[in-house]
Design a protein around this ligand. Structure first.
Ligand SMILES: *[C@@H]1O[C@H](CO)[C@@H](O)[C@H](O)[C@H]1NC(C)=O
Ligand SMILES: *[C@@H]1O[C@H](CO)[C@@H](O)[C@H](O)[C@H]1NC(C)=O
Ligand SMILES: *[C@@H]1O[C@H](CO)[C@@H](O)[C@H](O)[C@H]1NC(C)=O
Ligand SMILES: *[C@@H]1O[C@H](CO)[C@@H](O)[C@H](O)[C@H]1NC(C)=O
Length: 468
């Protein structure tokens, strides 16, 4: 480089010299030969030509120096996996935007994981601040996540987070909770390949006995269920996903014995040892996926929803049969064995709720950017093979307090998008139609129905509808 600069300077100065000489020569010409146009021209021409030549050389040298090869975008593949389609490339869109991390805690933490799981940067712990702090003790924290040294680095404005956010941040690195009530045999023998067609996993709370019972008696009945239009049906199994709600987790009456009785009778409760709060709902997804991987891999599809929705199970089975047939056709053509079905009511381009008085409030200091496309949490359906992949990819996505958004994040990380189905109505039907069986013909799910509504509606929908 220095030589180039020196030669540039010399070229520049010789250009200036040449110009000066030209001008001088021109002056002389004019003095002695009583300038006429022709003579002037003859004097000037060689000067001008030399000047232009020098200028040309100068410019071409400059252009050569300032050229740099075009930038190549490198898409990082997460560690442990070569460039197959198992994990998506590093996301590029506005979601997970690396520039957004400066002051938002979640973005910062996620970035540190992205770096750690990135084969190019892996092992280099001199990255950003939080990467350094967390990487050192993260391995110990799997077994003892509640210890103080594991907690997320306190940001300077930690205390300005609302209470429920602070509580979330303090335990957001904890994902392992003991299973208090298990149903190891609900999907049948482990090694048999014949499992339920549909596993219904319903988020409930200890006190919601009435909702659970209404679901068992209506749309969530375990056993062989007939399809609605075709005669094909399928085996349905239902489990309820519960955390803990007793005197140790808040002002709750102790319903432990009642729950035990209920479980003895129906054997459909899964309960984990964590506090059942709104911001802990994401844990139910994570722990359910782990459970599914261990105990119910033979199922084909999962319905995951709340205990205040109404599902037309028969119609859902019809839909799933159709999807399965289409998948088999597709498989025959493409050799693709994995089925990546994920349907629900899809919400695109949602912004985090910034209204501090609402329960969905996410402060800007916690998360920046838009949400990835996600399906409303009232109820979604996905294939078990996808659930197993979600289980894997979730190990690389930081916990997010809103469960349906977290699911969207994991999907995004897999490079997949949830599909929209107009039959999933998490915002209910128009008021006049709520008791009209005909209005339900194209509906798969509605939100929200009380236990009493579920029973009434179920009865109405059992009768074959007249003319609609
Ligand atoms: C680690 O990262 C720092 C800054 O990001 C860089 O200066 C250093 O060379 C890297 N070390 C290795 C071994 O890649
Ligand atoms: C989630 O559950 C854990 C374990 O019980 C608890 O320590 C934590 O505070 C809970 N988080 C929220 C946000 O309630
Ligand atoms: C079923 O298989 C999985 C993995 O193949 C294993 O982790 C689990 O313990 C098994 N469950 C039972 C009940 O045998
Ligand atoms: C389809 O899958 C089989 C078994 O995995 C493999 O042997 C075969 O080469 C695949 N064919 C194509 C066209 O990919």
């Amino acid at each position: 480089m220095p030589q180039v600069t020196v030669s540039l300077i010399s070229i520049g100065s010789s250009y200036t010299c040449a110009c000066l000489i030209c001008i001088l020569a021109m002056g002389r010409c004019c003095k002695y030969c009583r300038c006429n146009g022709r003579l002037l021209c003859m004097c000037l021409l060689p000067c001008m030509m030399t000047a232009h030549l020098l200028l040309y050389i100068l410019v071409s040298i400059l252009v050569t120096i300032s050229y740099s090869p075009p930038k190549i975008n490198i898409h990082y593949i997460a560690s442990g996996i070569s460039a197959n389609s198992e994990l998506a490339s590093h996301p590029r869109g506005p979601f997970w935007n690396l520039r957004l991390e400066d002051s938002a805690l979640w973005n910062q933490l996620q970035h540190s994981w992205d770096r750690q799981h990135n084969p190019v940067l892996r092992g280099n712990k001199t990255g950003i601040m939080s990467a350094k702090l967390l990487a050192e003790n993260e391995d110990e924290c799997v077994s003892d996540c509640m210890s103080h040294k594991c907690s997320v680095p306190r940001t300077h404005d930690f205390n300005s987070f609302p209470e429920q956010m602070r509580v979330f941040v303090q335990s957001m690195h904890c994902r392992e909770y003991a299973l208090l009530i298990n149903q190891p045999g609900i999907c049948g023998n482990n090694d048999s390949s014949f499992g339920p067609m549909l596993l219904m996993a319903i988020k409930s709370q200890v006190g919601n006995f009435e909702n659970r019972q209404a679901i068992r008696e209506t749309w969530g009945r375990s056993g062989l269920v007939k399809g609605e239009s075709t005669k094909k049906g399928g085996l349905v199994r239902t489990v309820f996903l519960l955390g803990r709600q007793d005197s140790s987790t808040g002002p709750h009456p102790d319903l432990k014995n009642l729950l035990e009785l209920e479980n003895q009778k129906y054997g459909d409760i899964l309960q984990w040892d964590f506090k059942d709060t709104f911001f802990n709902l994401t844990l139910k997804d994570l722990l359910f996926w782990q459970w599914l991987q261990q105990h119910c891999r033979s199922a084909m599809f999962v319905f995951k929803g709340d205990d205040d929705v109404f599902v037309r199970t028969g119609a859902l089975l019809d839909y799933l049969h159709k999807q399965w047939e289409e998948h088999n056709l597709w498989k025959a053509y493409t050799n693709e064995t994995e089925m990546n079905l994920f349907v629900g009511e899809v919400i695109n381009y949602a912004m985090p709720n910034r209204e501090p008085s609402t329960k969905y409030y996410i402060p800007e200091r916690f998360y920046k950017g838009v949400y990835p496309p996600y399906a409303g949490g009232g109820g979604v359906v996905y294939s078990v093979s996808l659930a197993l992949r979600l289980n894997e990819v979730s190990k690389r996505v930081r916990l997010f307090p809103i469960d349906d958004v977290y699911l969207g994040m994991c999907m995004y990380r897999l490079g997949l998008l949830p599909s929209h189905h107009p039959g999933f109505l998490t915002f209910d039907l128009p008021h006049n139609d709520r008791w009209n069986p005909c209005a339900y013909r194209s509906v798969l799910l509605v939100h929200r129905r009380s236990p009493k509504d579920m029973l009434t509606l179920w009865k109405k929908l059992q009768r074959p509808p007249g003319r609609c």
